[in-house]
Design a protein around this ligand. Structure first.
Ligand code: LCS
Length: 391
């Protein structure tokens, strides 16, 4: 049966699995930095690209390739590139497609280090940027300049969950000769597939939902054609932010339960968001599955489920939020997200501290905002824990 016809649940189990010596059902871990050539002539042919084969793990490795093929298949893309972290994936993508004098439009609400990489590092190489509320399509249109070559959106955005209409922004990008890159970390390909909506490149921090077990730092860039893939591969070979075989093996293992996990993340988060919304101590809650979500229509249009991320603020702001975060017992106070365990954190002093107060305020990241990554524990026990922490 062609994988293309399979459901996302079955793809999670079978994607990327090839044929290996002795017939294992799981790709072996080729924990090697380099590969032997049969002769000088053979080595030369591999380097020239006249023959297929492996040379050196930074340039390619069968365990990594199996995981890359799996993620590409889940996203409905062509090929992908495993990276050492989500930041390595983002850096490689920006460095490949932007040169000095060019301009990128970026979602205001993005992971803090993505914003600082663009503002503080890429600016040193002459790359211009504007951070805008990409959920507001007029603002995106107005931000386009003659030298705009990329629109980079993170949707839903970290940590505000600001949701950008991927299809319309893809149209704006393409009408203006720019590429659309989507950071799909918060949804995973089970809940959102940006290529179906016109995106050109998809990136992920695989540290999050894709691996799902809080034991790997990794990233990926997914492409939809050979030309894009080849340019990125060349850049990744030079920048060197490649994933290693063991981490690729772990991510591939995690992918098998991705659909199952996402279903449970959604069920639990929906119940918790409803509990928070009804709680007298809660000032506001943002969750794509709530009717009160400011981007509810866009979310309904482009998501296959509401996801596992919630942001909220207590009455009493930061002080009340800090008290709550210090009082959880089952939920854990830690950054990162997308794992099987529920994590709670404070963006203004943690994940988004590097952005500075002004940029945070512009992006709607208030000092009192609390971010919850809902895990797959028993939801009644999670609610009991949140309730006692608020009391
Ligand atoms: N993109 C998004 C949307 C992220 O949330 C993160 C990390 C990254 C990219 C970077 O990925 P990494 O290099 O860490 O694999 N987000 C984190 C967070 O919210 N808490 O800790 C890390």
């Amino acid at each position: 049966m062609s994988h293309q016809k399979l459901s996302i649940e079955s793809k999670c189990i079978h994607a990327g699995i090839g044929e290996y010596e002795y017939g294992p059902v799981v790709p072996p871990i080729y924990q090697t930095s380099t590969f032997k050539f049969q002769s000088v002539e053979h080595g030369a042919k591999l380097f020239k690209g006249e023959e297929n084969g492996y040379i050196y793990t930074r340039m390619g490795n069968p365990t990594i390739e199996a995981m890359e093929n799996a993620v590409a298949e889940l996203e409905g893309g062509y090929k992908s590139l495993g990276c050492a972290s989500g930041m390595a994936a983002i850096h490689t993508t920006l460095a490949t497609f932007l040169v000095s004098g060019e301009h990128v439009i970026v979602s205001e609400s993005v992971y803090g280090p993505t914003a600082t990489l663009i503002k503080n590092v890429l600016s040193r190489y002459g790359i211009e940027s504007d951070f805008v509320e990409t959920a507001n399509l007029d603002k995106v249109k107005n931000a386009v300049k003659p030298n705009t070559k990329m629109i980079f959106i993170e949707t839903p955005g970290n940590p505000t969950l600001e949701t950008t209409d991927i299809q319309t922004v893809a149209e704006i990008a393409h009408e203006n000769g720019a590429r659309l890159v989507v950071d799909n970390t918060f949804m995973s390909p089970v809940l959102q597939r940006p290529f179906e909506l016109g995106a050109d490149v998809v990136v992920h921090s695989m540290t999050k939902f894709l691996n799902g077990h809080a034991d790997v730092v990794a990233g990926i860039i997914v492409t939809k054609d050979e030309e894009t893939y080849a340019s990125l591969r060349k850049m990744l070979n030079q920048l060197g932010g490649t994933i290693d075989p063991f981490n690729a093996f772990l991510v591939h293992r995690g992918l098998k339960t991705l659909a199952l996990r996402m279903k449970k993340h959604c069920e639990n988060a929906q119940k918790i968001a409803e509990f928070l919304e009804a709680h007298p101590k809660v000032e506001w809650v943002r969750y794509p599955g709530l009717k009160s979500f400011p981007y509810y229509e866009t979310a309904q249009k482009q998501h296959y489920g509401p996801g596992g991320m919630i942001s909220f603020e207590l009455k009493g702001g930061l002080e009340a939020g800090a008290k709550m975060m210090n009082s959880v017992k089952l939920c854990q106070l830690a950054v990162s997200l997308g794992g099987v365990e529920t994590l709670i954190q404070h963006p203004a002093t943690m994940t988004h501290a590097s952005m500075g107060k002004e940029a945070r305020e512009a992006a709607g990241i208030t000092d009192g905002l609390v971010r919850l990554s809902v895990g797959i524990e028993n939801v009644d026990e999670l609610i009991e824990d949140l309730n006692q922490a608020m009391e």
